[in-house]
Design a protein around this ligand. Structure first.
Ligand code: PAF
Length: 281
């Protein structure tokens, strides 16, 4: 496995792989890898000939009050895990190289970026779309893998790739959970023991929604109310939003039908956690 820091070198490797008519799989990450990332890497490893994992803590997707400074930076450990999982290249660019002082361009996917998490994290998805567009241009993957845990992000990237005719296929991979249902996230390490226990309520609330829908309840408003009630029982948890939206356009639905995304963001202590499920009625 090679660790590549230069954009030029990364693009040269990618061109070489294309000349050999091999498929190039790509897993973009910000490091602090956990089993969720590893499941993306494993899937990409199975499905493609040459696997690139990028590790880049993207400053422009963090708001001024967010956790950019304290976000875990554990490159050596991450690189070890990538090697273990059979990555061919870890692309580890420097921030100055990705964003030189005269950098001026951004990619913004309208509407999809303004709802759900976008309402509370202005500029976040623009930062994500911009860096992923850059990474796609440098790495030129055939297939890129994104986790369902960040469903809105994955949907935005898919739309960006389609709208901008990027020759890359976007694949979504299921969320990986701990035994008690908590979705894996690099931010879980911020949770104190009591908060970690309370954090299971996110998945419990999503399961409650699934159960109510199975029983025939189609009122999004009622289901959201019941989910909120459940979460509010936990002292350390404060709901930021719970939304039930159409899976394609992320518009809120009143009556649940077809494929919907049930998504939520909850502050547990000082940590903001997100989770979601897709329900097909
Ligand atoms: O999901 C992430 O880790 C990041 O948002 C991504 C896609 C690597 C872009 O920085």
């Amino acid at each position: 496995m090679r660790i590549i820091r230069s954009k030029k070198e990364m693009s040269a490797i990618s061109r070489q792989i294309r000349r050999q008519e091999k498929t190039l799989g790509f897993v973009p990450t910000m490091g602090a890898l956990h089993q969720g990332h590893l499941s993306l890497i494993q899937r990409a490893r199975e499905e493609t000939d040459f696997l690139v994992v990028s590790i880049f803590l993207n400053p422009i997707q963090f708001g001024p009050e967010e956790d950019f400074k304290r976000y875990p930076r554990v490159f050596k450990r991450d690189a070890r895990l990538c090697r273990r999982e059979g990555a061919d290249v870890v692309f580890y660019p420097k921030a100055d190289d990705m964003y030189p002082a005269d950098f001026k361009t951004s990619v913004s996917v309208s509407e999809l970026s303004q709802v759900l998490c976008g309402r509370f994290r202005p500029g976040h998805f623009q930062g994500v779309a911009t860096v992923v567009a850059k990474l796609f241009n440098i790495v030129s993957p055939d297939i890129a893998y994104f986790g369902q845990k960040d469903a809105q992000q994955a949907i935005i990237i898919k739309k960006m790739a389609w709208d901008l005719n990027m020759p890359v296929k976007i694949k979504f991979v299921s969320t990986v959970r701990q035994n008690d249902g908590l979705a894996l996230s690099s931010r879980n390490i911020y949770l104190k023991p009591k908060e970690r226990k309370d954090a299971t309520v996110l998945y419990q609330a999503l399961n409650l929604a699934r159960h109510l829908i199975k029983q025939g309840n189609v009122s999004a408003r009622d289901i959201v109310r019941r989910m909120k009630q459940l979460i509010n029982k936990k002292k350390t948890a404060v709901v930021q939003y719970i939304s039930i939206v159409d899976l394609k356009d992320l518009r809120p639905v009143d009556k649940i039908k077809g494929k919907v995304l049930i998504a939520l963001a909850v502050w547990v202590g000082k940590t903001r956690l997100i989770d979601n499920i897709i329900v097909n009625v």
